[in-house]
Design a protein around this ligand. Structure first.
Ligand code: ADP
Ligand code: MG
Length: 696
């Protein structure tokens, strides 16, 4: 292996390459565009495209693609080769500024939630120069946004970029009020810790549920799973270690800051955390990371499962979205400072987040909703569906004393009035961390833990950026007109703590008591995605996104439709897969075992007429009954699916899924799992949890 510094970013058209390969004028113009969002002149685009192509071809690329993130949650690409025919029968390689900047694509097969009328099938992709172009599979990939011809966003990146702008604008207003005229930009930074499972490829292909649904629909709990905590931070098995090493190299080549990896709590579960970067790039990188995990696993005879809950009864996978705000000079605005005024600024930003999370619990909840994540949230391993924040005991006490105007007396009596005293640095000791909180302040950043492992991080960050921008805007409106800045600031901070402290909870979020307590506090508990989705289009939320130019009303409604549609399709596929596995695999397997038992009894009887066949009789009776019950559940499920196809409207369909289909699927599963426990291993038709979780 060549050295890390040599390979790092070797497949990325990054600042180093730009500086080396672009004429100085062009480099400067492009840099301006990247930093301030200024639009790029056509001639400059041509020069950049030429340099990009030359660089890519030297690296072995033959094609280019606009790489975008449609509302499927995956990435999309359509490859065009660089060839351009010549009169002499040969070709030259070409790539123009026009091709770099804008692409046309048939949008009709991507979800649009009704935004794109069918007669207008075209969509276009537009270069996002703030995220670097890169080479993947001998193709130059140009990160782009994806819109309809009328300018509606059809992707996850457009609103993310809009929300970055909104946040930047409002945060700068606040900084200016504190006399900061140096900072040119405020950027949200994100580090997304990715959890995943790895299983053996051969076993994977023997499970239609894993292949079609990404999760197991059946499977009895093994005698041992994660109770011994043997796996967490455990030694890596050689196959896993080899996979991780290669994954790191691939990610480093793509300029992704792959940093920390370890075994997670469940057997066969792992985590990879990158070093944080600005939101836009972090989002691209997370998509690439998920893609690379799958590709590299496959090369090692393995399969990477990104589903939120591949196995019932063991921990599911999430994606902790660490989020903070950074100035153009790299100052983290959630880091308490060294002077009273710095701390007042810190507190103002902090209470903005507290207010935002409280007022917009519902859209935060929507932003992490999916059929997959429903299995995970509230399943005693992941935060519940109730949104709350933990601040750690120390900071919570400080806020309390600010609110009451009393002295904070941890070590010494200090006056905690805002702007009067220096705040203590908060312990970043991991033992002190509340790991059950959906939204935890961890010293200098917030960790949003409810995000699902397979989800794009774009949506939760759009929501975070927007709701915080809204609160900062509200504060700035007041402060800009204040006669006495300091007393107004004090008032805002105290009042916000008082009005929104119900969202702060430092206790155990997994406990039953919290569910009751949260209800008393009037916090929302949107248990399922289907409960959550309609909140997206509530008037207050539509107004919010419209006001900051993130989503138009039509865009909001389209996203609501897509959420529901995706949900319905996902469960429909799961139910069909379940029926298939029951009919084609489980029923016949159990029957053949019954047949063996009957034959064994009859043989026994013919040779030893006096022998009892109690064992065979009991087992045959039990299994026959259960197999019949399973068959009946399967028929019931088929009936529910038929009803589903007759229901109009995605919301009504989703309700039918929650009320009828999912409960029936759960019942079918539990019958099958109980049979799995008493059918001979050789008869069971697919690999068990024992095989999948422990045989790497
Ligand atoms: P842990 O949470 O396990 O203690 P760290 O605090 O080092 O680990 O970081 C976890 C993740 O948070 C990493 O991906 C890291 O890059 C990211 N992170 C750290 N600081 C910030 C920040 N200011 N903004 C966004 N993400 C951050
Ligand atoms: Mg963490």
């Amino acid at each position: 292996m060549s050295s890390i510094t040599d390979i790092f970013g070797s497949l990325v058209f990054d600042d180093r390459v730009m500086r080396e390969r672009l004429p100085e004028e062009t480099y400067k113009a492009l840099k301006k565009t990247r930093e301030n969002g200024k639009s790029l002149d056509k001639n400059i685009a041509n020069v950049v495209a030429g340099a990009m192509k030359e660089w890519a071809v030297e690296k072995g690329a033959t094609h280019f693609t606009h790489w975008f993130q449609p509302l499927t949650g995956y990435t999309a690409e359509k490859h065009d080769s660089f060839i351009c025919p010549q009169a002499d029968g040969g070709v030259i390689l070409e790539f123009s500024g026009k091709e770099l900047v804008k692409g046309e694509s048939d949008a009709s097969s991507f979800p649009s939630g009704g935004l794109r009328a069918t007669f207008e099938a075209r969509g276009y992709t537009a270069w996002d120069p703030t995220s670097n172009a890169f080479i993947k599979d001998r193709t130059l990939c140009i990160p782009t946004v994806f819109c309809s011809y009328s300018g509606d966003a059809l992707d996850k990146k457009t609103p993310l970029m809009r929300s970055n702008e909104a946040l930047n604008k409002q945060a700068l207003r606040i900084l200016r009020l504190f006399g900061d005229d140096k900072t040119t930009r405020v950027i949200a930074t994100v580090g997304a810790e990715q959890e995943y499972f790895i299983v053996d490829k051969e076993l994977y292909y023997k499970r239609p549920d894993l292949m079609f649904c990404g999760r197991t629909l059946f499977g009895a709990k093994p005698p041992k799973s994660q109770e011994m905590v043997a796996h967490y931070y455990g030694t890596l098995k050689p196959r896993i270690s080899a996979f991780m090493k290669e994954l790191d190299e691939e990610l480093w080549k793509l300029g992704i800051f792959a940093k920390t990896e370890h075994n997670e709590a469940a057997p066969a579960q792992h985590e990879l955390a990158p070093i944080f970067t600005h939101t836009n790039l972090a989002t691209d990188h997370n998509q690439l990371m998920m893609e690379m995990m799958k590709i590299v696993a496959d090369r090692h005879g393995l399969k990477c499962l990104l589903h939120e809950k591949p196995f019932a009864g063991v921990n599911g996978s999430g994606k902790h979205n660490n989020w903070a705000l950074s100035t153009s000079d790299g100052v983290n605005l959630f880091e308490p400072g060294d002077s009273p005024i710095e701390n007042a600024k810190f507190l103002l930003f902090l209470v903005a987040v507290i207010k935002a999370v409280d007022e917009y619990q519902d859209i935060l909840r929507v932003s992490v909703s999916s059929a997959g994540n429903d299995h995970r949230l509230g399943a005693n391993e992941a935060p519940p569906a109730i949104m709350s924040m933990s601040l750690g005991d120390e900071l919570a006490e400080i806020l309390e004393s600010i609110e009451c105007g009393t002295a904070y007396c941890k070590k010494e009596k200090v006056d905690m009035r805002v702007g009067v005293h220096v705040l203590p640095r908060f312990a970043r000791d991991t033992t002190d961390r509340n790991r059950t909180s959906p939204f935890a302040f961890t010293g200098n950043k917030f960790e949003f833990r409810s995000v699902g492992s397979s989800a794009s991080i774009a949506t939760p960050n759009v929501v975070l950026n927007t709701i915080v921008a809204k609160e900062l805007c509200e504060f700035a409106d007041i402060l800009e007109n204040a006669d006495d800045f300091t007393s107004c600031l004090n008032e805002i901070i105290c009042k916000t703590i008082k009005d929104h402290k119900r969202i702060i909870f430092n206790g155990n979020n997994y406990s039953e008591e919290w569910v009751k307590e949260a209800e008393k506090r009037g916090l929302l508990n949107l248990r399922t995605s289907v409960d959550a989705f309609p909140h997206l289009i509530k008037e207050k939320n539509v107004e919010l996104f419209k006001k900051f130019g993130i989503f138009s009303e039509a865009e909001m409604h389209s996203r609501y439709e897509i959420y529901l549609d995706t949900y319905v399709k996902t469960i429909n596929i799961e139910a069909l897969t379940m029926i298939d596995m029951i009919k084609k695999q489980i029923l016949p397997a159990v029957n053949s075992y019954i047949n063996e038992l009957v034959q064994s009894a009859s043989l026994k009887n013919s040779i030893f007429p006096s022998a009892t066949c109690e064992l065979e009789k009991e087992l045959v009776t039990e299994l026959s009954d259960k197999n019949l019950a399973l068959y009946r559940k399967c028929r019931l499920l088929e009936g529910h699916l038929e009803d589903l196809s007759k229901i109009n409207g995605a919301k009504a369909q989703a309700d039918h899924i929650c009320n009828a289909i999912l409960p029936t699927m759960n019942e079918a599963r539990s019958i099958s799992d109980s049979m799995e426990k008493c059918v001979a291993q050789k008869n069971w038709p697919f690999p068990t949890y024992n095989d999948l979780l422990f045989r790497i």
